[in-house]
Design a protein around this ligand. Structure first.
Ligand SMILES: *Cc1c(COP(=O)(O)O)cnc(C)c1O
Length: 396
């Protein structure tokens, strides 16, 4: 290890988001990596000796982000950028051999669930949906007893889950999955590598919807996978190249620009989420609340043990009010807000709110009156004042 590599290894994550992926420190080099718009590359050697070749195989604009994300997740190999989070999900699921069993949280991200269910309907995989917070149930699904029951090929983890905020015991489940011969993919979108590092907890692959916190400004759609396993990385890279789910260079450039402020954004939004969750938990119009930072939350102890902070997604169930049922009251709350933006997605600088069941694809086990709040970086008192005035419109 050179002195500079040693130095780089010692840097904290707050510094890595700023310092990683810069061009060499040489005279007249730009301080930011350039945006490279080219579908092909001058090349007289061979692809086997590392020529970039063609724009679907690689692009210099991807590299700094892939390097930075790998360092943040503690991976030994560069990450892989994809055209969206779901393109990354698709590539990760391609690691399952034909007909293999996939154990997945009942409350995974809805698009992930739709993709897995469709693969199962076609007979490509066997889907076993589980309550990911129930460690015993997940272990039973990984290595079921009984004649003809096959161990799982892949365990999918999402923790906290979207939108139910269930907390998985990542280390215990990863160990059980490996004992059953399954590989583990963890969707780390909600936590970001600053809050939770699934590779350190034993996961084989980490997934991000870069669209959310990593890019952080609600202006790009991108995904990423990270692994330290060379065989898995080659399989994923092959899948990305052949299925073509590659990132646009401009999106990759914007994602690195967004990543520079990740530590500040996560710090602020986590702080504000804690304050808002405490206040919401005491509000009469709030029937129930999920936020792992609250000591009464069922996932609190587990989250405290495996996360640095509790994220900045808060979910509430709105009480029926003024002749409206809970879903009606939730809709009224969302419409009465003046600062919070009624929109899907999460992880941007601006605070977003939505009633999840307005989406037909949302699992019916998600309550109709559940509202998901993605806390941004605005002043927390402004955010609270807006929530309070909107809750007041529901009456006493
Ligand atoms: C949004 C999201 C995805 C899908 O990512 P896209 O970038 O929208 O394709 C996957 N997992 C989680 C947890 C998400 O929030």
């Amino acid at each position: 290890m050179s002195l500079s590599e040693q130095h780089a290894a010692d840097l904290s994550a707050e510094t890595v988001v700023v310092a990683a992926g810069r061009p060499p420190r040489e005279r007249d080099m730009p301080v930011n990596p350039p945006l490279v718009l080219s579908s092909t590359y001058f090349g007289t050697g061979s692809l086997d000796t590392g020529d970039r070749g063609y724009g679907r195989y690689s692009n210099p604009t991807w590299d700094p982000f892939e390097e930075a994300l790998a360092r943040l997740e503690g991976a030994e190999l560069p990450g892989l950028l994809y055209s969206s989070g779901l393109a990354a999900v698709s590539s990760a699921l391609s690691l399952i051999p034909a007909g293999g069993a996939l154990v997945m949280p009942t409350h995974s991200y809805s698009g992930t669930l739709v993709m897995a269910s469709e693969l199962a309907q076609k007979g490509f995989v066997e889907l076993r949906a589980v309550d990911i917070a129930d460690t015993a149930a997940v272990k039973a699904a990984l290595a079921p007893g009984g004649p003809g029951a096959r161990p799982a090929a892949m365990l999918w983890l999402e923790s906290p889950t979207n939108p139910m905020l269930g907390i998985a015991d990542v280390a215990a489940l990863t160990e059980a999955a490996h004992a059953a011969g399954a590989i583990v993919v963890t969707d780390n979108t909600f936590s970001t590598p600053l809050v939770q590092q699934p590779l350190a907890l034993g996961s084989d692959v980490v997934l991000h919807s870069v669209t959310k916190y990593l890019a952080g400004h609600s202006d790009v759609v991108l995904g990423a996978l990270v692994t330290s396993n060379p065989d898995i990385r080659s399989a994923l890279l092959h899948n990305r190249t052949i299925h073509g789910g590659i990132a646009g260079p401009f999106e990759a450039w914007l994602a690195l620009r967004g990543l520079r402020t990740l530590a500040l954004r996560v710090e602020r939004s986590q702080q504000s989420a804690m304050i808002l969750a405490e206040r919401l938990s005491n509000h009469p119009r709030v029937e129930s609340i999920r936020f792992p930072g609250l000591p009464a939350d069922p996932g609190h102890e587990r989250a405290k043990a495996q996360m640095k902070g509790f994220g900045s997604i808060v979910c509430i169930q709105v009480a029926p009010a003024g002749g409206l049922d809970g879903a009606g009251a939730a809709d009224k709350l969302v419409q009465a807000l003046e600062l919070w933006l009624p929109a899907t997605s999460l992880g941007g600088v601006e605070s977003l709110i939505e009633r999840r069941r307005r989406h037909a694809a949302e699992p019916t086990s998600v309550p109709e009156n559940l509202v998901r709040l993605s806390v941004g970086i605005e002043n927390v008192e402004d955010l609270w004042a807006d929530l309070e005035q909107a809750l007041d419109t529901l009456g006493g």
